[in-house]
Design a protein around this ligand. Structure first.
Ligand code: ADP
Ligand code: MG
Length: 393
């Protein structure tokens, strides 16, 4: 998706006021009636309507007059609100090129004033799974504000909370920097997704490291649930960093065993296929928990000494409540079960350099972390002193 942040520079305080009014209206309206937007924004002399036209022109809003005259935010409009808040907070001053398109996110490089480059993940929950979720009438019946906006915000909040907690427990994850709405800012991983790597000096060591991570996560009470070659980054020293946490679940989840086994299976399959590792399979007839765990046998969920409670204690401390955890788990459940995992993940550098290779990787792993100077959009001149209004008046 195109994110033309240039437009941001030309938006006035009134533009943001009206955009925020639409966001507030969307808490309980799928389409926000124009009169309500006008009332929330309370611009002088009916200025709201002129501003709405401008926002519509820049595709920050969508107009819908099918039932009544109203508007809703587009992804772009929501992006702008989050980016503006981040700029106001001094988190970053410029947005660079897009470095990743995930299943349910877009990833951009952003830069601090001092030139430090970080990664900004804009969650798009709903891009693939919302349709599946929408069919879940039971769950939706009692929620009228259940929309992509809410889901994407929840996904970002969860990702941020997990990243922070995992970081504090010494897991190799990006450093969490900040979170607002559907946007998470984190350190840029100096590496490439494993899916792009064709050769490793020490595939066995990397394999053991990755399996070790799955086990250590479970010992901490967690399962990644999407642990595969797209969500494992690897650098030139073959150091592993794991990313992408919105779908993580607790080991007490009713499908925990299935998710755990699937994560393990993904890694075995990938390393067998890509790096030709061979594995001694254990006898299926023997209870896994009774098997002496030598290095060649698969980790079994039941034999791991799991610490429950990690989620509740640590994540609640970082602002992500149990209720929110339950809500997003239900959404992720439906997408995990009903949709194939890691469907259309594309890394842009890949397309340019290796378009004919079925997205399977580049020859030279050429992920340059340097910001492309021609695409950098400096937001330094933005006059964005005020945080968005917090209440309707
Ligand atoms: P999704 O949840 O949509 O799958 P991911 O978090 O997996 O999104 O990110 C998609 C892609 O963006 C990754 O495969 C990776 O190439 C890139 N990416 C994500 N986070 C970072 C980061 N912190 N540093 C560098 N690249 C990243
Ligand atoms: Mg991913």
């Amino acid at each position: 998706m195109k994110l033309d942040v240039d437009v941001l520079r030309y938006l006035s305080r009134e533009d943001f006021r009206v955009l925020t009014a639409v966001e507030m209206g969307m808490r309980n309206h799928e389409i926000v009636p124009s009169v309500l937007i006008d009332r929330i924004a309370s611009l002088k002399h009916g200025g709201t309507y002129k501003v709405l036209k401008n926002l519509l022109k820049h595709k920050l809003l969508h107009h819908d007059a099918s039932k009544y005259d109203g508007f809703r935010l587009t992804y772009l409009g929501y992006d702008f609100l989050a980016i503006k808040t981040m700029v106001n907070r001094g988190v970053f001053t410029a947005v660079g090129r897009q470095i990743g398109v995930g299943k349910e996110s877009d990833i951009f490089e952003v830069s601090r004033e001092d030139g430090t480059i970080m990664a900004m993940k804009l969650h798009r929950l709903g891009r693939t799974s919302f349709r599946a979720v929408k069919s879940k009438r039971d769950y939706l019946r009692h929620r009228n504000n259940y929309n992509w906006l809410y889901l994407s915000r929840l996904a970002a909040l969860k990702e941020y909370a997990f990243m922070k907690a995992l970081e504090e427990h010494g897991f190799p994850v990006p450093n969490s920097v900040d979170c607002n709405r559907h946007c998470v800012v984190m350190s840029l991983v100096q590496g490439y997704p494993l899916v792009q790597v064709k050769e490793l000096q020490n595939p066995e060591v990397v394999f053991e490291t990755i399996l070790g991570l799955i086990i250590r996560l479970a010992e901490h009470g967690l399962i990644h649930c999407d642990f595969n070659e797209f969500n494992i980054m690897i650098d030139d020293d073959e150091k592993v960093t794991m990313i992408d946490f919105p779908q993580m679940v607790s080991v007490s989840h009713r499908n925990a065993q299935m998710y755990f086994d699937r994560d393990v299976e993904c890694i075995y399959k990938f390393f067998g296929k890509r790096f030709k590792l061979t594995f001694e399979e254990q006898d299926d007839n023997v209870d896994a928990s009774e098997v002496d765990t030598d290095e060649s046998s698969r980790p079994s969920f039941s034999s791991i000494n799991k610490t429950a409670g990690f989620l509740d204690k640590e994540l609640a401390a970082s602002g992500f409540t149990r209720k929110e955890q339950d809500e997003i788990e239900r959404v992720c459940d439906s997408s995990l079960v009903e949709l194939p995992p890691f469907k259309c993940v594309v890394v842009l550098s890949d397309i340019e350099e290796d378009a004919g290779d079925e997205g399977e990787g580049t020859e030279d792993n050429g992920h340059e972390s340097e910001l492309n100077k021609t695409t950098i959009k400096d937001l330094g001149s933005l006059q964005l002193k005020e945080e968005e209004p917090t209440s309707s008046h």
